[in-house]
Design a protein around this ligand. Sequence first.
Ligand code: BG6
Length: 463
Amino acid sequence: MSGGDAAKPSDALVFFGATGDLAYKKIFPALQRMAHRGKLDFPVIGVAKSGWTDEQLVERARDSVAKHAGLDEEAFKVLAQKLRYVDGDYNDPATLERLKAALDKEGAQRPTHYLAIPPSMFGTVVQRLKDAGCQQGARVVVEKPFGRDLESARALNEILHKVFDESAIYRIDHYLGKEAVQNILYFRFSNAFLEPIWNRNYVDNIQITMAESFGVEGRGKFYEETGVIRDVIQNHLLQVVGFLAMEPPSSHASDAIRDEQAKVLRTVRELDNTHMVRGQFRGYRDEAGVAKDSFMGTYATLKLWIDSWRWADVPFFVRAGKKLKLSVTEVIVEFKNPPQVVFKEPAFSQGNYVRFRLGPQVQIGIGARAKRPGEGMAGRPVELSVVQQQTSDEMDAYERLLGDAMAGDATLFARYDTVEAAWRIVDPVIHGPSELWKYEPGSWEPPQADKLVAAVGGWNTPQ
Ligand code: BG6
């Protein structure tokens, strides 16, 4: 078993699936940015079975950064010098022997192996890594989807644990690498004024919206096997729920944060169909790779309950969908209204809240009320802006996560128990039949979803 070496940085990056989509869209651009910051000081070995040479991999990397990041000649030169290619079938021991020889040639003793390949290949690759002695002192980075339900996630964990210790396994959820998501954690635990009101006594409800105005963009086949709950809710949005709802961690240490994350997800009640509304945008069934009678949801609202001392009876609404009106991801923590005994105004439609905009911009705002100018004591909603940030130098999630994995910092990676706890929540509703409502592309959602939120006065729709 390999436990990795948390104290020492890795000295080589190996990525399986070097000629694939993920490498093209995310990994090369992240590596170029690392080079730009002077952080790319290790060899990068791509493995695939495309019959390529080192030069072809460099060309692919050049294309990738030109398309997805902008070519930065100087940084790219550094990346090109670091790139090596190992060709072969993952199931063939000779491939891994070539990899071992390439690592030895570089003098690498603590590689990070990034599995940018389908999960069905994980078992083969980790076993072959072990057979070739490439797992010694190594870490392994795996991509989502991490299973397609609780059972398959457990099976995948077992496969990985046969070769790697949990401390050496880094499961990527790129949401955790986002500046705005980390800011939830920072904002909550570095401000004294929030903690006394961050609970069921003051919070009325919490709403999380991840709206995307685009559709499945050529990923029809993938989406048919996934659907919105597996694609973005079980992983990204439940991690966000965890950050919003967790108890204060005992420190900033990676396991202290992940312990609280796992703890809170374990207290989220399992879903049933009465707490979910699913939708499918009109036109989805005409997408390439999608069945004409597809029953896959491209939209869902879930109403979650957290059975903890802090959150009992506070509904958490989570909604996500494709082809909605806007592309925006936002959290609204809505507070209870004060008693209307002084000014006797009609019930406010908008009272106090904290708003975290997670994308496309990073924003934090606090909703308050102020007097409307003029006679009488009537108010209007105002927002105090805490953060408005859109820096060009912001670290991309993949750059951040790759850097952390190389450095051995697992804080922003999903631990097996968090992943399993998140699957447990959605597992009861992802297998069986449930209603599916059509919605128009460019709308906010199927109207049936409004019923779930009616009791809290409806959605706080992002603008
Ligand atoms: C991915 C999903 O994990 O996250 C996509 O597969 C989704 O369907 C994407 O569009 C959203 O991430 P981001 O960072 O673009 O908001």
